[in-house]
Design a protein around this ligand. Structure first.
Ligand SMILES: C[S@@+](CC[C@H](N)C(=O)[O-])C[C@H]1O[C@@H](n2cnc3c(N)ncnc32)[C@H](O)[C@@H]1O
Length: 280
């Protein structure tokens, strides 16, 4: 029976406690820069500039590289945002997002003085992070576009509504474990790099959980039964649930103790269901 552990704390402090070269596959979605407040002084995403956000993510993933096996993979889901000046209310940079009450942008709603950004510029953060990781030694092997079946409503009239996010496949080495048969197109063809998915009504109380199917696909492609899967931004524990259901062990790290608790509770429920279904 596969296990799951949710460590409560800052990834930068918890990752160094894990043994080197033990993780086969990392599936994760860090906070967007400047969007939600996860209510912790060491949270990623609350940096005063997006440049610092990129630097912090590079530092976290340097630790991920240490714990990743030589043939391991990282599946990094990351969202973009806009440089905006001011604004409050139901729309725009300071709108309430999901069930998150406080917005970091209340503190940070000035266009940052980096990269020649101007008011209303798309930040391009997913690619900036991907290039920074590539520059730090990672192999950037694929960009998968997650097409959201239901997009977050935006009251915009001067551009299309955003309904996609990126998932980057990064590796430690030029050759790595990738099971192309782990998940294929319904036609039997090799999986394509756009996934039309979710959202899932899981009622887990986390404002930014990704669909379990997203994690499931990454795990099927990037690991074998019995392997260890990591999520350094564990949230409500979706990666752990998918990993356990597929017979993998999961290590999750979550800085907000309330979400860490939700993660452990969801894991317990899945574990119980798995025990029942295998008759133990
Ligand atoms: C986008 S959410 C992840 C959601 C998750 N994929 C799920 O399905 O529930 C990002 C999470 O990272 C956590 N986080 C932020 N900074 C962190 C840090 N330095 N170390 C560990 N977790 C952190 C936040 O509290 C938040 O729950």
């Amino acid at each position: 029976m596969s296990d799951s552990v949710t460590l409560s704390g800052d990834s930068m402090e918890m990752l160094p406690t894990l043994d080197a070269e033990t993780i086969q596959c990392c599936v994760t979605s860090p906070p967007y820069w400047g969007l939600r407040d996860y209510d912790h002084p060491a949270q990623i995403g609350a940096e005063p500039s997006p440049e610092l956000y990129v630097e912090n993510l590079v530092a976290v993933f340097r630790e991920v590289r240490r714990v990743l096996r030589g043939d391991g993979t990282v599946w990094l889901n990351i969202g973009d945002g806009y440089a905006r000046n001011g604004g409050t209310g139901g729309h725009g940079p300071n709108a309430i997002v999901g069930n998150t009450k406080k917005l970091i942008q209340k503190r940070n709603c000035k266009v940052p003085e980096v990269w020649g950004l101007k008011d209303r510029d798309l930040l391009g953060l997913p690619w900036r992070v991907a290039f920074a990781l590539q520059n730090d030694g990672w192999y950037l092997r694929s960009r998968i576009t997650w097409i959201k079946k239901t997009a977050m409503p935006e009251s915009v009239k001067n551009r299309p509504t955003t309904a996609t996010e990126e998932i980057f496949l990064l590796t430690k080495s030029p050759t790595y474990f990738y099971n192309a048969n782990g998940f294929r197109e319904p036609s039997g063809a090799n999986l394509r790099n756009y996934w039309i998915l979710g959202p899932e009504a899981n009622g887990n109380g986390h404002p930014a959980a990704f669909p379990r199917e997203l994690a499931r696909r990454c795990i099927l492609l990037g690991s074998r039964e019995g392997d260890i899967v990591l999520d350094p931004f564990g949230g409500s524990g979706t990666t752990g649930l998918a990993a356990n259901e597929l017979g993998r062990t999961a290590v999750l790290i979550e800085i907000n103790p309330d979400y860490a608790k939700i993660s452990r509770e969801r894991t317990r429920i899945v574990q119980r269901e798995l025990h029942i279904s295998v008759g133990t």
